[in-house]
Design a protein around this ligand. Structure first.
Ligand code: ADP
Ligand code: MG
Length: 362
């Protein structure tokens, strides 16, 4: 059995979903552990909502199966799945109070009024809206409404909660607050959560693991740190973190070069095919030591310096290559060490931070 304290694992087995000729999902295999916070991350159209809707029972697979724990739920209707759902467009009922909205799933399950009252109270406390029972939905802020939607999803204590971009309508500040709240809520409830987003930062902030999707397929499923430090290919590298992909050349001795610069890396190099250097902004360092070694030294010309509050983003046109960016602290010393726009600049990349990735298959 795969239950941890009654919470549910989820297995997606070779799931395909076709719309005519379009493969919205192509042979997706995914195992979500009981109690895990898993995000589905990918660009628009990559199949995230389709997969979540299949888990919710709102659409049918073309082939393949879905298990919750040991139960085959592939053909089970949504209301029998005992899951909490928060969709971006899964609107609250505007004519009902907060309490009536949250009580809705309980009433649909035929629970008594007195038991419902206690549960609603406790769900509202969980999302820090104690005492809001009698308020009108219209009188709430965006963040409060989102929390009411959450309370409604957790009120019957589901073992599995599905969320599809639940924060995308909120402004940046509120979104960041809610991300931390959702993280805390997950720890408190311990329920298995599957969360759809196209925002990599959001996924990194909240998830135990992230499943990267592209064109209806899973590209890589890993912890945030592993995805960031060990991207499987150029697609993942471009999607996670702030990185530029620079095509590399293979030398005769199978060493890698970027223009005239020999690259050293402590990491594995794909044995064949096109390879790219995934240059993450925070890993690229200023190099003012002209006597240092030539390997892993990148030369370019500063094309722009952008003040972004806590840091400066410096754009550099690489010699014979694309424009890359690096981050420099915006404090006094950080400013002083930067050459002005238009000047040549040398940068260094640590061999540990020299990430080489293959091209993703098409
Ligand atoms: P995401 O949520 O990652 O943006 P979706 O799962 O919504 O992606 O869509 C995946 C693909 O399936 C897209 O190409 C989309 O246009 C297509 N699609 C989704 N729903 C339908 C449908 N009901 N009919 C036809 N095509 C659909
Ligand atoms: Mg979607």
């Amino acid at each position: 059995m795969n239950f941890t304290e009654g919470f549910e694992s989820v297995s997606v087995n070779k799931v395909c979903k076709h719309y005519g000729n379009l493969k919205a999902l192509n042979n997706v295999d995914l195992k979500v552990e009981a109690g895990e916070f898993m995000s589905l991350l990918g660009p628009s159209g990559s199949g995230k909502t389709t997969l979540l809707s299949i888990l919710g029972g709102f659409i049918r697979v073309s082939s393949g199966s879905i298990f919750f724990g040991e139960r085959d739920v592939t053909l089970m209707p949504p209301h029998k799945r005992e899951i909490g759902v928060v969709f971006q467009n899964y609107a609250l009922f505007p004519h009902m109070t907060v309490g009536e909205n949250v009580a809705f799933p309980l009433r649909a399950r035929g629970e008594s009024a007195s038991k419902s009252r206690d549960r609603v109270k406790s769900a509202l406390a969980t999302v820090e809206l104690s005492g809001y029972e009698d308020r009108n939905i219209a009188a709430l802020s965006g963040g409060q409404r989102q929390r009411v939607a959450l309370a409604r999803a957790i009120v019957f204590e589901p073992k599995l909660i599905l969320m599809d971009e639940p924060l995308s309508a909120l402004d940046k500040q509120l979104r960041e607050i809610m991300q931390i709240e959702l993280r805390a809520l997950h720890k408190r409830l311990g329920a298995t959560m599957i969360y759809v987003t196209h925002d990599q930062r959001e996924a990194l902030t909240m998830s135990d693991r992230i499943a990267i999707m592209r064109g209806g397929e899973l590209v890589q499923v890993d912890t945030p740190r592993r995805l960031h430090d060990h991207p499987a290919n150029d697609f993942v590298a471009s999607f996670i973190g702030e990185s530029t992909l620079v095509p590399l050349q293979r030398g005769a001795d199978n060493g890698l070069t970027l223009g005239a610069t020999a690259l050293r890396t402590t990491r594995p190099i794909p044995p064949s095919g096109d390879v790219f250097l995934a240059l993450q902004s925070e890993k690229l360092l200023l190099d003012n030591d002209s006597c240092g070694p030539e390997w892993n030294r990148l030369r370019g010309r500063v094309s722009d310096i952008v003040f972004q509050g806590e840091s400066l983003k410096v754009f550099v046109d690489l010699e014979g290559g694309p424009t890359v960016s690096l981050r420099q602290p915006s404090h006094h010393e950080g400013n002083l060490s930067l050459p002005p726009i238009g000047s040549p600049m040398m940068m260094r990349l640590h061999p540990e931070d020299t990430i080489v990735v293959p091209r993703a298959g098409v």
